[in-house]
Design a protein around this ligand. Structure first.
Ligand SMILES: Cc1cc2nc3c(=O)[nH]c(=O)nc-3n(C[C@H](O)[C@H](O)[C@H](O)COP(=O)(O)OP(=O)(O)OC[C@H]3O[C@@H](n4cnc5c(N)ncnc54)[C@H](O)[C@@H]3O)c2cc1C
Length: 454
């Protein structure tokens, strides 16, 4: 049976995180948004409550949450502040390559530490000159004994200025593209690592975004997460597991925007009536609600696939671009319902709108997600219906089993789709004038040939 209900444990996680989000995250977010600064104490509280880094497996001392649990928790934090949600959950992004790699000693050493101590971890593929094109990484990894020496600059790195550990992707030779990329776990305290002041941003100002400069940084063999040639795949596998979570950010933010809009519409009066009584407003609210629900379903589906051992790459991309674009539309419409007040800093809509705008950019832009989905649809998708040229669109034969079918044959023109009835195809198609060889027999069905469709 298909079951959409959350388990007792999931409901408990939702309750704990929701309370923390409403009572501790939401109130703290305004001062720090204004200041453009990360409130590290909120991240520490999230760690103490087991929310941050909850996905570390039990054998390393973590809670062993699946992606569904992470999505449930993320939605709640993002409902309070998308920026703090990014800050809290970026540690999972930074840790994911460690979880996915096969360097067991690094897992033992670092994951147990991350489960035990509050230690923000960041993830660095992007550079000033490239973001979408991960194969275009320029940061260099030079072989040095059994380890590597890193030189280069990473940019846009969430928590880059506050993280103690960094998962850095670098290449032995930029000309080798995908084939040159490796992944390395770098400690901030190592010689040659420096970080920039925060990059000033439009939204998500409670999250820290910084550049990281690596000058002759020596990485010992124990900290190589993926040897050159294996790092690109590791980064892509990481994104397949973290993009559903960006979708969950979007669900939380959109849900709050909708809730605030409903509240306002039920109280604000115009033309002698409450806004909620106007059909134009009701329709906006209906569409917001629909987008929140459909986004959540896609996010859960993708997270469930990951937890069930199914490759979530496709649904992760769909969840990301659908949910994040929906969240932007929901926030925008919610702001509209607030009229002039929506545009002020006295109500939460302008911040939600600024914050959700980023969701369509990081961890692969909406365009990149469309490239992934289109690539699958055009190359790997296996259709259920017969190919167009085999379609039995038979208007000229009565298929009632009581009627005789003997000698009834239909041919379809592969050029224009015209159907011809008769034992043989016509000499030429009466519509497009293509010759007989353009016709294919579509009835009776060719039961001998494998349909080729599943
Ligand atoms: C606040 C913030 C936090 C971030 N956090 C991190 C982080 O923690 N770690 C990290 O590694 N990175 C991080 N990033 C970087 C982010 O992932 C990149 O900004 C993003 O991937 C886009 O890369 P870009 O900015 O270089 O844009 P570009 O790659 O230069 O793209 C510019 C535009 O062109 C479009 N485009 C590019 N190629 C194509 C194509 N082939 N077809 C169609 N359109 C295309 C893009 O979609 C985009 O709209 C962060 C960014 C921001 C703004």
């Amino acid at each position: 049976m298909l079951d959409f209900a959350l388990t007792e444990e999931q409901l408990e996680i939702q309750k704990t995180v929701r309370e923390f989000a409403v009572k501790e995250v939401f109130p703290a977010s305004w001062y720090y948004d204004e200041k453009d600064e990360i409130p590290l104490f909120v991240l520490k509280r999230a760690f103490e409550l087991g929310i941050m880094s909850g996905d570390i497996p039990g054998k390393y001392g973590g809670k062993g949450y699946g992606l569904v649990e992470s999505a449930i928790a993320t939605e709640e934090i993002a409902a309070a502040c998308p920026g703090l949600s990014t800050s809290i959950f970026v540690s999972s992004l930074g840790m994911e390559p460690i979880l996915l790699c096969d360097n067991e000693p690094a897992k033992e050493k670092y994951l147990t530490r991350f489960a035990r101590e509050f230690t923000p971890v960041c993830f660095a593929t992007s550079e000033p000159v490239m973001g979408s094109d991960v194969a275009g990484i320029q940061c260099l990894a030079r072989k040095d004994g059994d380890g590597y020496v890193l030189n280069g600059t990473k940019f846009w790195i969430t928590n880059g200025g506050v993280a103690d550990y960094m998962t850095v992707f670098a290449t032995v030779d930029p000309k080798e593209a995908h084939a040159g990329i490796g992944a390395f776990l770098v400690e901030k305290g190592w010689q040659g690592v420096s970080t920039s002041p925060p990059i000033p941003k439009m939204g998500q100002r409670c999250s820290n975004t910084a550049g990281i400069h690596l000058k002759d940084v020596r990485v010992p063999a124990e900290n190589v997460l993926a040897e050159p040639g294996k790092g690109f795949v590791l980064a892509m596998k990481t994104f397949s597991r973290t993009r559903p979570i960006i979708g969950a950010f979007a669900v939380g933010a959109a849900r709050s925007a909708m809730e605030f809009a409903i509240d306002y519409a039920k109280k604000r009066r115009a033309f002698g009536s409450k806004l909620a009584n106007f059909e134009a407003i009701q329709f906006k609210i209906a569409e917001m609600y629909q987008k929140v629900e459909t986004s959540r379903l896609l996010v859960y589906k993708s997270a469930w696939e990951a937890d069930s051992g199914i490759d979530p790459t496709l649904t992760a991309s769909m969840a990301k671009f659908y949910a994040t674009e929906s969240a932007f539309e929901v926030a925008n419409e919610a702001l509209q319902i607030f009229g002039g007040f929506g545009y002020t800093k006295m109500f939460p809509l302008e911040k939600i709108l600024r914050d959700v705008r980023l969701l369509m950019i990081y961890e692969g832009t909406s365009e990149v997600q469309r490239m992934i989905v289109a690539g699958y649809a055009l190359q790997n998708y296996r259709p259920v219906m017969p190919a167009l040229e085999d379609l039995p669109m038979i208007r000229g034969i009565d298929l009632d089993p009581e009627k005789s079918q003997a000698g009834k044959t239909a041919w379809r023109c592969r050029m224009c789709g015209h159907t011809h009835y008769g034992q043989e195809p016509p000499e030429a198609c009466p519509l497009c004038f293509f010759p007989a060889k353009a016709f294919k027999k579509v009835w009776p069905l060719d039961t001998s040939a494998a349909a080729g469709n599943e």
